[in-house]
Design a protein around this ligand. Sequence first.
Ligand SMILES: Cc1ncc(C[n+]2csc(CCO)c2C)c(N)n1
Length: 222
Amino acid sequence: MAFTFDDLQRACQSEWDAYIRHDFVQQLGNGTLAGDAFRHYLKQDYLFLIQFGRAYALAAYKSPTLDDLRQAKAGLEAIIGLELGLHIDYCRQWGISEAELQALPEARATMAYTRYVLDTGNRGDLLDLHVALAPCLVGYAQIGKWLSERPETVRGEANPYDHWICMYEGAEFQQAAAAEEAWLNRELAEISPRRFEQLVRIFRDATRLEIDFWDMGLNQRM
Ligand SMILES: Cc1ncc(C[n+]2csc(CCO)c2C)c(N)n1
């Protein structure tokens, strides 16, 4: 039997739903999220993105083919060359200076999640690493889509988080997540049931760590 990304999601459906429909996400959609909670999240997300850049570098190292190597390079370039710059600009709009970002300590949830991804990639192969990264990429695309479709979401200037929603519901981001899902589906089609169970464990752990990241933002925990 050929496994797919949907099988991974279904194997962890309760954790997955707790992640996608987390209170942080719902409050962000409703425009009721406390500004300080969002700022705390943005600051930790800066640290998260830096470690995510390292994960793409690890993906390059773990690449068995030139195509995989090119894909990892493109990911590293996108995050280090573009997205981190945009994130710094966005933080400034929320009153967080670059100097403040550079001086930040890492919250435990940030450390746990990013180091889990890096360790999983180090220990395993490129597929293990991609599965550890999948909740991040595919999850945020589902969050963007879910927020844009639910009637409670407040759009436009009435919601201070509208820009954030626009970014993840947008076509460019949705396409990047769809490409990741397609890559996973090609790889998952080839694996044994035993290998699938190993990957479910990784996918579930990474999803639980995304839930903790939202909790950390909401409770402004370090
Ligand atoms: C905790 C946390 N999880 C996921 C994302 C989303 N995200 C981060 S990097 C990346 C890939 C872009 O190259 C995506 C989709 C986030 N920002 N913060």
